[in-house]
Design a protein around this ligand. Structure first.
Ligand code: ADP
Ligand code: C5P
Length: 244
């Protein structure tokens, strides 16, 4: 039996800061596991809330001229491929209700300085999505809820082949080489080990409507608690669990 208790907020603390902080959700998982699809489903169901989506892809380092000439030797699945400092400072600003400019990344030119940058305004809910967003503890610590999208490797590879050849115009041989040289080893070494940090693991990604419904219900409950703080600024909510 779970009971919600409203109590007097001590005068020294700051209930305003408490309820103004957005609810931050992290969505990790292998490439082509269905992260974006799951995020879109959550955003669609939360249609009456202000939600913004931030992609880790936006924080890929730009490649030097030399790296560009040998792009097939570049590991885009290694944690060092991302500017995590910039990702962290952008997320911290959003968490503190400040607007940020997020770079646009172009998978064809391998550049993240496609202008104009995307202006992201603070919102009730911020969803951060990406293969390695659970890798850095400082980024993990910003999250109120961590979701790992768990889709079989063969399904991920099949989707990746279709996406990279059809949408990105890449050669199938290059896609398979990149997969065996970088994508699969990095999944095993860096992505899969972060699954343990997830609060929720979604098997089958976007096909799992039950999981998405439960997640949306939980977010609504959390946002409802924030709203209660807005209506009664002198009150704060303690959630306590009683065993019966
Ligand atoms: P990620 O963000 O993890 O890379 P996406 O959600 O972009 O994954 O999905 C990768 C590809 O697989 C996309 O082309 C998408 O249309 C397709 N896809 C995603 N989920 C499903 C699904 N449940 N059934 C069929 N295709 C899917
Ligand atoms: O959207 P998704 O999570 O699939 O994006 C991550 C994947 O994009 C990585 O597996 C990485 O190999 C790939 N990538 C790429 N080319 C780039 C940047 C990333 O193939 N220029």
């Amino acid at each position: 039996l779970q009971r919600t208790v409203a109590a007097e907020q001590p005068s020294t603390s700051s209930p305003d800061n408490m309820h103004k902080q957005p609810f931050v959700i992290g969505v990790a998982g292998g490439a082509a596991s269905g992260k974006t699809t799951v995020c879109d489903m959550i955003i669609q169901q939360l249609h009456d809330q202000r939600v913004v989506l931030v992609n880790q892809d936006s924080f890929y380092h730009n490649l030097s001229e030399e790296e560009l000439t040998r792009v097939h030797e570049y590991n885009f699945d290694h944690p060092d491929a991302f500017d995590t400092g910039k990702l962290l400072s952008s997320m911290e600003k959003l968490k503190h209700m400040q607007a940020v400019d997020i770079p646009n990344y172009d998978f064809k030119s391998y550049k993240n300085n496609v202008f104009p940058a995307r202006r992201v305004n603070p919102s009730d809910v911020i969803i951060l999505e990406g293969i390695l967003i659970f890798h850095d503890p400082r980024v993990r610590d910003l999250m109120n809820m961590k979701i790992f999208v768990d889709t079989d490797a063969d399904v991920r590879l099949a989707r990746r082949i279709r996406r990279d050849t059809v949408e990105k115009g890449r050669d199938i041989g290059a896609v398979l080489d990149q997969y065996s040289k970088f994508v699969k080893p990095a999944f095993d070494d860096f992505i899969l080990p972060t699954k343990k940090y997830a609060d929720i693991i979604i098997p089958r990604g976007g096909d799992n409507h039950v999981a998405v419904d439960l997640i949306v219900q939980h977010i609504r409950t959390k946002l409802g608690q924030h709203d209660l703080c807005k209506i009664y600024p002198n009150l704060y909510v303690i959630q306590s669990t009683f065993q019966i």
